[in-house]
Design a protein around this ligand. Sequence first.
Ligand code: ATR
Length: 283
Amino acid sequence: MISGTTRVLGVIGDPVAHTSSPAMHNAALKALGLDYVYVAFHVAPDALPQALAGMRALELAGLNVTVPHKQAVMAHLDEISPEAQAIGAVNTVCNRDGKLLGFNTDAFGIIESLKADGGMDSLPGRVVLLGAGGAARAILYALLAREEVAEVLLLNRTVERAEALKGDLDVAGKVRIGSLADSGAIADAGLVINATSIGMHPHEDISPLADCSCLHGEMLVADIVYNPLETMLMRQARSVGARAINGLGMLAWQGARSFEIWTGVMPPVEAMIEAALARFDKP
Ligand code: ATR
């Protein structure tokens, strides 16, 4: 029940109308009986400064930040966590007694999803990461923070972008670079993560791997795409006996960590996933 004491959470983005975040977060708030509501705010790029000033003036409790604001928002915050600083992007803002604190929960999201959905408590020594955009950046940061990961093969269509990402994050010299077309080298890896947008609705019948003969049954293939729930890459993986997971887990776990930052309580992630899935059932 919304009342005079209800606190407001939300997401800012452009576009934002198709986000699953309100469904996920409101389901978790309801399950826990917390006096918050979560809404989507459409914020055009030139309105970002006013949106953050509005967050302060209206005393919003917290915001998720999505495309295209994840970098630009950093200039409007009072403090930024070391992790968000290293990744170079903020996806969560918490209003703590009038101070706006920035966090990035995407790295947590991928690791928890690999654990919960992929059964990987420990990651394999060799990992392949496809893509070099914003999502790949947070995932590469998460992979390099794991001691057991000895090598990450980073493949991208635009090799210069992969080189730039390596230059920013690879302090220990664990990253090798290649083109998406060099997929042969994938065969050694125990984990392949797709952080490109290839295969996302409405381009459902394309895969980041033109040649999928390098996939095999000992691998886990993790796609960050969750619409469709089974991507072409996941089908390719399953056809050779590999396990495959979609990006819904990462979405839910990054959201869960944001929720915990705002409320101090870890939400029921299953309820968040169910709420996101329910949106897929609608015609
Ligand atoms: P995000 O923040 O979601 O990661 P992004 O920064 O636009 O979005 O990055 C998208 C990623 O998908 C990039 O790695 C991009 O490759 P380029 O760096 O070469 O642009 C990749 N990508 C998107 N569409 C692609 C396509 N049709 N073929 C190959 N790579 C593609």
